[in-house]
Design a protein around this ligand. Structure first.
Ligand code: AHR
Length: 488
């Protein structure tokens, strides 16, 4: 791979490495909230392992309370005396919602892991008034009744929730709307919410190319879409809902499917360019993405699925795609942080451990704050075609450079099931020194961590050779490496 320091794409925001939690299965209850009277180690009812593990990977933003659950959630059910909170039906994921983890617990969790909170509001069964009240309760600073109520609930200072989603998947579980119906609602909500707090960012529900075009068209007045700061899209990789068998053909299908993100981003980018005011570009947020084993991760099983080395390879490939499109993508949130779908942490009672995907987030921290730079990758190809009907590269790669140009980070992933890949890294017209790297790999695609072997898949120092300003390394099959170097 040759990285070109002169072709800076955009800064890689910390928000690229953000997360999503939903009241679903064991994500919130057990994964995060264990309550104040449990033998499990905790701080203020939040599982200590989850706090420590997440703090170490520095999640920039945490999205909550859903997902589909967001459009049935009424925030008032989750504040005040925990003993007096109602129990409600979780209509999408089953079971009874005890409402022990509400706004204050969520914000407390975010403070503990140093993440910015992102609340997804209820459009499906809520109202502009309900969401406006929630916003006032959280962010207000005047002596209104709602703000006094928050203070009485022990939050003296405004919570400063920066991101507010106006519904979730309004084309599906969020109300099965048409784009023009959602556009009318979005305009209505935005009118009142933005008057309540002009400093927050409102996120509109996006979807596929047709929805995005029709939505932006419906929102358009004059020449540019007013009031739209960010559009969110989701992408899950589920191999056409077939059962997962972890063989090579399936792995290749998943690798190819992950490249659909390139198409999603390119299509959304084209649409946004057509409708936005260039002086106020609209951010693209991919606030749910990841591998979804539709056979195992069913609502009955709390959307729980194995999280192996294979998922880590997909995570790295996606993060490289986001880096290459840092010019448009402003935030991405993997689904879902703990115990659900492509998670970073798993818990079972008192036991807790991190997944291979967690380690990818840990390794990729070296990109944060750098500028993404253009790369030229020459690589053997895999025996699979992407959405363009082009063969997929064996190597997934991305590169970034500190703003002063003195430090470079390379992420490289060998996606071959069984073959090692020799890899060389160069900076065009630059010298590299102080080269360091870490490698994540395992015995095979199914390698996973567990309570019995929590470090089965864990990063190890990487052997690198540097000569003639070229860094050389061998990437074992199914491996991810991140290399940093000083540049002069
Ligand atoms: O993450 C699981 C579900 O997937 C979310 O609730 C929904 O937004 C999406 O369809």
């Amino acid at each position: 791979m040759i990285a070109n320091p002169k072709t800076r794409i955009a800064q890689i925001n910390p928000e690229h490495y953000s997360h999503f939690i939903e009241h679903l299965g064991d994500c919130v209850y057990d994964g995060i909230w264990v309550g104040p009277s449990t033998p499990v180690d905790h701080t203020d009812g939040i599982r200590q392992f989850t706090i420590d593990a997440l703090r170490d990977v520095g999640p920039a933003v945490m999205r909550w309370p859903g997902g589909c659950f967001a459009d049935q959630y009424h925030w008032r059910d989750g504040i005040g005396d925990p003993e007096s909170r109602p129990s409600t039906q979780n209509i999408f994921w089953g079971g009874i919602e005890p409402n022990r983890f509400g706004t204050h617990e969520f914000v407390g969790f975010c403070q503990k892991i140093r993440a910015t909170p992102y609340i997804c509001g209820n459009v499906g069964t809520g109202s502009p008034q309900e969401m406006m009240d929630w916003l006032e309760y959280c962010n207000g600073n005047d002596d209104s009744t709602l703000v006094e109520e928050r203070r009485a609930n022990d939050a003296l200072e405004p919570m400063n929730i920066k991101y507010w989603g106006v519904g979730n998947e309004s084309w599906g579980c969020g109300g099965h709307m048409q784009p023009h119906e959602y556009a009318a609602l979005f305009r209505n909500y935005h009118t009142y919410l933005s008057r309540m707090d002009a400093n927050v960012q409102f996120v509109a529900v996006g979807h596929d190319a047709t929805w995005n075009r029709d939505l932006l068209r419906a929102l358009q007045r004059g020449t540019a879409v007013p009031n739209l700061q960010a559009l969110s899209i989701h992408r899950y990789f589920s191999r056409d809902r077939k059962a997962f068998v972890y063989d090579e053909a399936e792995h290749l299908d998943l690798v190819a499917e992950a490249h659909l993100l390139e198409q999603d981003i390119a299509q959304a980018d084209g649409t946004l360019k057509n409708y936005e005011d260039p002086a106020h570009p609209i951010g693209l947020i991919i606030d749910e993405w990841g591998v979804w084993d539709k056979e195992k991760a069913t609502p009955e099983h709390g959307l729980r699925q194995p999280n192996c080395l294979r998922e880590a390879i997909i995570a790295a490939s996606c993060l490289d795609i986001f880096t290459a499109r840092a010019d448009r993508v402003t935030m991405t949130n993997i689904a879902q942080t703990v115990n659900v779908l492509q998670c970073l942490i798993e818990t079972r009672g008192a036991e807790a451990w991190v997944t291979p995907t967690y380690h990818v987030y840990d390794l990729y921290q070296d990109h944060i704050g750098h500028d993404a730079i253009a790369t030229h990758v020459s690589s053997p190809t895999l025996d699979v075609l992407d959405f363009r009907q082009s063969p997929v590269h064996q190597l997934s790669a991305a590169a970034s450079l500190s703003s002063d140009g003195t430090r470079a980070t390379f992420s490289v992933t060998n996606r071959h099931f069984s073959e090692t890949l020799g890899c060389s890294l160069n900076i065009h017209d630059g010298n590299m020194g102080d080269v360091e790297g870490r490698l994540l790999t395992g015995t095979d695609a199914r390698a996973e961590n567990s309570p019995a072997n929590p470090t089965c898949v864990t990063p190890i120092p990487l052997d690198v050779e540097t000569s003639d300003n070229t860094v050389r390394l061998d990437l074992p099959p199914l491996s991810v490496a991140v290399v940093t170097a000083s540049v002069s």
